[in-house]
Design a binder for this molecule. Structure first.
Ligand code: APR
Length: 307
């Protein structure tokens, strides 16, 4: 049976554990620094199994040794940006957290696949890869499935059709510089660009780019977690079931898209060994411009961090 560990028992972590438990994908360990938090949530989720009809074993712990021999580890631990806190401060704090977690993953679960969710995503996934010392294909980030899901949801709403028939594609950095791709989006195979006029598509693209911020603005504190946890579970299932799903993920580029040595959102094939293939899409001039701007920003932060 597979063993899945989720680091961070906050909104994203605990909701991910709930969804995974309901699918009975394997035994689950949830780790957090706060004493009692993962234990309490694990107990609650174990009892939910008697009502929701699942037998998944869920252990809450503050001790990393419990993640021993996990097949997959999901990092959702970190702090959210607080008022007055600069982006640099956030990067410093979260990279310390992610580096410490990654060292424990390398120690206790050296054969695991790692999905990072902690923001800023492209940077923290790089930190996780460096600090675990794992092959880059074994460490990747969750962003594109979420951003594409948001885009798909807005497309379905606009067309008044089922979300189930919408395929949307969003690549690029996770944040303002993501790149929704209408050309690679469709409804049951019908190209989106044949279904909606350009100005309507542009509005949906803009809403997708601001999708996370729109929710933060409404919640006032904290950020989205229902759609993020759903996205994590899609990726987890692809790895655990070795299903070779083609999904956008924050993957390590080694020459693809003209980029080297950074993590970036691109379509990949996901299976038991992690990122098994990276697909290169044809982009237009404007999209390449955003891609370069985004990758330069990521590169700058990484070189400052490593200085
Ligand atoms: N080790 C383990 N857990 C930690 C550590 C650490 N060193 N530092 C913080 N945590 C835990 C916190 O105790 C908290 O329970 O991480 C959890 C974060 O939970 P929330 O604050 O609820 O944040 P959440 O909404 O779950 O988001 C987590 O995912 O989407 C991203 O931007 C988001 O980076 C953020 C992450």
């Amino acid at each position: 049976m597979a063993k899945i560990s989720v680091i961070g028992a906050g909104n994203v972590g605990a909701t991910t554990v709930q969804r995974l438990a309901e699918l009975e994908l394997g035994e689950i360990v949830m780790v957090d620094v706060v004493d009692g938090l993962p234990q309490g949530k694990a107990l609650d989720l174990m009892q939910a199994g008697a009502i929701k009809d699942y037998d998944t074993q869920i252990l809450g712990s503050n001790d990393y040794s419990n993640i021993e021999n996990s097949d997959l580890v999901i990092i959702t631990a970190g702090i959210a940006r607080k008022p007055g806190m600069s982006r640099e401060d956030l990067i410093k704090t979260n990279s310390k957290i992610v580096a410490e977690i990654s060292k424990n993953i390398a120690k206790y679960a050296p054969k695991s696949i790692v999905i990072n969710v902690t923001n800023p995503l492209d940077i923290m996934t790089y930190v996780a890869m460096k600090s675990t010392g794992f092959e880059a294909t074994k460490v990747f980030g969750m962003s594109g499935v979420l951003d594409s899901g948001r885009f798909a949801s807005f497309i379905a709403e606009e067309l008044e059709c089922s979300k189930k028939d919408v395929q949307a594609m969003v690549i690029g950095g996770h944040g303002d510089l993501m790149i929704p791709l209408p050309k690679y989006s469709a409804v049951s195979g019908i190209p989106l660009i044949d279904l909606l006029p350009g100005d309507k598509i542009s509005r949906l693209v803009e809403r997708t780019v601001n999708g996370g911020a729109e929710i933060v603005g409404l919640l006032k504190q904290g950020s989205a977690f229902y759609a993020p946890s759903s996205a994590i579970v899609s990726m987890t299932e692809a790895v655990i079931k070795d299903s070779k799903r083609v999904l956008p993920a924050c993957a390590y580029l080694e020459g693809q898209y003209g980029q080297e040595g950074i993590y970036f959102g691109v379509p990949v094939k996901l299976g038991a060994s992690g990122v098994e293939e990276i697909f290169e899409l044809k982009l237009d001039q404007g999209q390449y411009k955003i891609l370069r701007k985004s990758s330069e920003a990521i590169r700058k932060i990484i070189s400052q961090m490593e200085a």
